[in-house]
Design a binder for this molecule. Structure first.
Ligand code: PLP
Length: 387
């Protein structure tokens, strides 16, 4: 059976060019970049090449790039660093729709005495900016707001927020894990203090992340150990993955524009056809401001998990809610924050596309999904009562 993979917000295929670039660093060039000998030194030079490529993608300086193990570590590090370097401040502002990488750290810190404000969103997933700005006070250490939402693809106005916060004496962190490589990001134009990236969302491997920290920002390391990353993150570096991430960022910088256009055309075709063919289906999220490849569609009166299982029989890999929440049958916190009715939130499916998807695959999904929804609705007592 063929696999049609449209779950790219969960993880992406490692690009073949990236794999090729990485392979010698598992076998031939296995030195430790911290070693004094030239065998290690050569690896350190390759690591620095990768750092420069990653910096270029977001218009940062190479020394502002810190390697971590994943997006979660980058998010955790940013928030904890803000609290530790500003011990007189105990207030954190975030949103109701953040990824658990931010939400869980905020709840842990709230148990340790921090006060958390979670800014609401409207029915299209757009942020209440007045609520955000009114919440800032002398005690606010950090504002942490994602660049783009992993479940709906909705993009927040990070540039406007960064400009507004610039002279308010708060740190601004953005979780850009879903945005980097899909939409242009320029940290000079958008003056954030910290920004989180993750390799496996942009065709680099799993287990590599990056935290951008603007020059001059006070910083406290999350992992203590050796002098790696100029003392900002202990632990021997995941060299092969760092090199892979550098290559992935280089590819993204070269092809982002045309890929975004192609991927959004495929996404729009999928969305249009599914909505036309399936009654009572609703697109969740602000269609005007979304990542190019993401669509989140609710099929009313059916269970998302059941849809996933049935389309899985055709080799279609998608997601209900986010991959991280789909272990439970609770409707996703993002859709609940948007006020999506219970009957629709339960039947939501996220399709997330990438450069490797083809029009044939999209047409295959368009052919297979409508009969699945029809069958499930025939079995659903709620559908019979609801229509
Ligand atoms: N932030 C967002 C918006 C995400 O979508 C994810 C992963 O799904 C993460 C953070 C965590 O990244 P990682 O899986 O690299 O820890």
């Amino acid at each position: 059976m063929k696999t049609v993979y449209v779950d790219n917000n969960a993880t992406t295929k490692t690009a073949p060019e990236v794999v090729n670039e990485m392979l010698p660093y598992f076998s031939e060039f296995y030195g430790n970049p911290s070693s004094m000998h030239s065998f290690g030194g050569e690896i350190a030079a390759k690591r620095e090449d990768a750092r420069a490529k990653i910096a270029t993608l977001i218009n940062a300086e190479p020394e502002e790039i810190i390697f971590t193990s994943c997006g979660t570590e980058s998010d955790n590090t940013a928030i904890v660093s803000a609290i530790e370097t500003r011990p007189d401040k105990k207030h954190i502002i975030t949103t109701r729709v953040e990824h658990p990488a931010v939400r869980s750290m905020c709840s842990t810190l709230s148990e340790k005495g921090c006060r958390i404000t979670s800014v609401p969103v409207d029915s299209k997933g757009r942020l209440d900016l007045d609520y955000l700005y009114d919440s800032i006070c002398d005690d606010t250490a950090i504002v942490s707001i994602m660049w783009a939402n992993n479940e709906t693809g909705v993009i927040f106005p990070i540039e406007d927020i960064a400009q507004n916060l610039a002279d308010r004496n708060v740190l601004f962190h953005t979780d850009a894990v879903q945005a980097v490589g899909k939409v242009p990001i320029d940290v000079k134009k958008t003056p954030v203090d910290m920004l989180a990236l993750s390799g496996h969302k942009l065709h680099a491997p799993k287990g590599i992340g990056v935290l951008y920290v603007k020059k001059g920002t006070r910083f406290s390391p999350f992992l203590m150990g050796g002098h790696q990353e100029k003392g900002r993150r202990g632990g021997t570096e995941n060299v092969a993955s760092i090199i892979g991430m550098g290559k992935a960022c280089e590819l993204a910088a070269e092809h982002m524009q045309e890929e975004a256009a192609e991927v959004s055309q495929l996404r729009d075709r999928l969305e249009r056809e599914l909505i036309n063919k399936i009654p009572q289906s609703i697109i969740n999220g602000d269609k005007k401001n979304r990542l190019p490849g993401t669509t989140n569609i609710s099929f009313e009166y059916v269970e998302g998990e059941a849809i996933l299982l049935m389309i899985n029989q055709f080799g279609i890999c998608a997601s209900s809610g986010s991959a991280c929440t789909s272990g439970s049958l609770e409707p996703s916190h993002v859709l609940r924050a948007m006020g999506v009715p219970y009957t629709a939130a339960h039947g939501s499916i996220r399709f997330s596309l990438c450069r490797y998807n083809t029009i044939e695959e999209i047409d295959y999904i368009i052919e297979k999904v409508p009969p699945v929804i029809e069958r499930l609705r025939e079995m659903s007592p709620f559908w019979k009562q609801g229509v």
